[in-house]
Design a protein around this ligand. Structure first.
Ligand code: ATP
Length: 294
């Protein structure tokens, strides 16, 4: 039914609320997969498009269908060039995750335009678009299966050598090899429990294997021990090289390294620039650094 509703959704313009509910239902399964750090299901439509990694929001307005009274994004503007590293910061509820949901096409803007490489997102094949975007969520949940299968999900059909190579780049290979069953270790709800940092590195290996042009990263808020954090950050740095990365940032080190920081407040980009520029401006960002990111 969900696949059917995606299929028919485009032609139900006369019933926007039904369409948006169907999209939200589709979004629910996709979001579940996103939470698990998985790619959305393919529905077999369209050829993969070749993204270069430019992204822009032009005067994007959005409200959730279930909360029509609340303007969540109220005229968001920003432009990202291929390969740029962007940090999204702002207080809870500012709309950071919503920007990700719109980029992944879970919802459409109520007004304004989202484009990839200058093409309006609404004209692109959604599934194909999502093929070019990888998400590393805050809390990675692995599915029941082996570590090998969990990484392979990034690119089904990848060879064992390719999977091991991705695990090495993600700083995951060493801890996998210390397990008696190595890559055949069963993880997930009924398998071996991995630490938060280890699960993140599996998700990073999966994303490296997927080789996306665009990366959406929701940085973990929970503290990792210093060594685990070093390994995760090193792996993320390798993953981000040469890709457009948008990071919901919770750490000062992340924002300092960003090419551009977007400060969201009540659904608007209120400031943008580098850490130094925004600190000397002495506005919302400076307060955030002192209260949240410091
Ligand atoms: P946080 O840092 O706490 O994750 P955020 O900046 O990512 O916050 P969003 O999650 O984008 O903020 O939420 C923006 C607003 O939209 C909030 O007021 C939130 O309650 C509301 N919201 C988020 N998701 C939904 C949803 N699925 N349905 C209705 N309202 C939602």
């Amino acid at each position: 039914f969900i696949l059917y509703s995606v299929f028919v959704g485009a032609s139900l313009g006369a019933m926007p609320e039904i369409v948006s509910q169907m999209q939200a239902m589709t979004g629910a399964t996709d979001r579940l997969r996103e939470i698990m750090g998985l790619k959305p299901e393919r529905d077999g439509r369209g050829e993969p498009i070749s993204l270069r990694g430019a992204v822009s929001f032009e005067n994007v307005h959005f409200r959730y269908p279930s909360r029509p009274d609340q303007a969540v994004l109220a005229g968001v503007n920003f432009a990202v060039t291929p390969g740029q590293r962007i940090a999204l910061v702002g207080p809870s509820g500012a709309g950071k995750s919503t920007v990700f949901s719109l980029l992944l096409g879970y919802y459409r803007p109520e007004q304004g335009r989202i484009s990839f490489d200058g093409c309006d997102a609404s004209s692109l094949d959604l599934q194909a678009l999502r093929e070019g975007i990888a998400v590393v969520p805050q809390e990675v949940m692995l599915f029941g299966g082996t570590i090998l299968e969990n990484i392979e999900y990034g690119r089904p059909g990848a060879t064992r050598d390719e999977i091991v190579e991705a695990a090495k780049l993600a700083n995951a290979h060493e801890f996998i090899e210390t397990r008696p069953e190595g890559y055949e270790t069963v993880v997930g709800p009924r398998g071996v429990k991995l630490s938060g940092g280890q699960r993140q590195r599996i998700a990073i290996a999966r994303a490296i294997l997927a080789d996306p042009r665009i990366l959406l990263l929701d940085e973990a808020t929970s503290a990792l021990d210093a060594e685990s954090e070093r390994l995760v950050n090193e792996a993320l740095d390798r993953l981000m090289v040469g890709r457009t990365s948008l990071v919901i940032a919770h750490r000062l080190s992340t924002v300092r390294n960003a090419d551009c920081i977007l400060v969201l407040h009540q659904g608007r980009v209120v400031e943008q620039g580098t850490h130094e520029e925004l600190m000397s401006a002495g506005g919302t960002y400076q307060v955030l650094v002192q209260t949240q990111l410091g």
